[in-house]
Design a binder for this molecule. Structure first.
Ligand SMILES: [Zn+2]
Length: 186
């Protein structure tokens, strides 16, 4: 009820201020093959007899995690045509890393970020590096910008973005970003 109330309040406010609002219906997960298989597998477990065997969660969770990670890796190994494959050959969870840093690292990997790509949403021109005067990209920040060279060399020396994600530890990349003014902007 609270969400509905909020929705109608915002909707009315925007409509009254002259905005044109188009509502889109977003289909659920119906007809998504992987999702339906997961649903069927989960439901089939309901008919299995309940075992009395006691298994501590601390023993079960690592096995389930490893199984899921292996399955994920098998799928990713078949995606060699994906342009992100060269940046990340091994699927893994970012250990001992905050949620913010994990998101940032993924944005750096895929080369898409709020700072470098939000202009597409607003219809502006692409941003430029204030120091170099050339288009500002994630690649430029990570390996090219001469204004960041001194900070970069404190953390790593690499020849390319691919080299960076292959040979440099995730925490080192994050520490580099923290020293730049881009850490909170991407
Ligand atoms: Zn630059």
């Amino acid at each position: 009820m609270g969400i509905l109330y909020l929705f109608f309040t915002f909707y009315t406010h925007l409509a009254n201020s002259g905005k044109i609002i188009i509502l889109c219906w977003i289909p659920s997960h119906v007809n998504i093959r992987g999702n339906e298989r997961a649903d069927t597998a989960a439901k089939s477990a309901l008919s299995l007899p309940i075992t009395n065997m006691k298994l501590p969660a601390c023993e079960l969770i690592p096995c389930v995690s490893k199984f899921c990670l292996d399955e994920w890796q098998d799928i990713w190994d078949c995606c060699k045509g994906n342009k992100l494959h060269t940046h990340c050959l091994t699927v893994k969870h970012s250990k001992n890393m905050s949620c913010y840093d994990s998101v940032l690292l993924n944005r750096l990997r895929i080369g898409h970020s709020r700072l470098t790509h939000s202009y597409l949403l607003y219809g502006d021109g692409p941003p430029t590096c204030q120091s170099c005067g050339i288009p500002l990209t994630v690649k430029h920040i990570l390996v090219e910008c001469s204004n960041l060279r001194a900070i970069r060399e404190k953390h790593f020396t690499v020849s390319s973005v691919t080299d960076l994600f292959k040979s440099i530890d995730n925490h080192t990349i994050i520490n580099f970003m923290k020293e730049t003014h881009f850490y909170h902007q991407l």
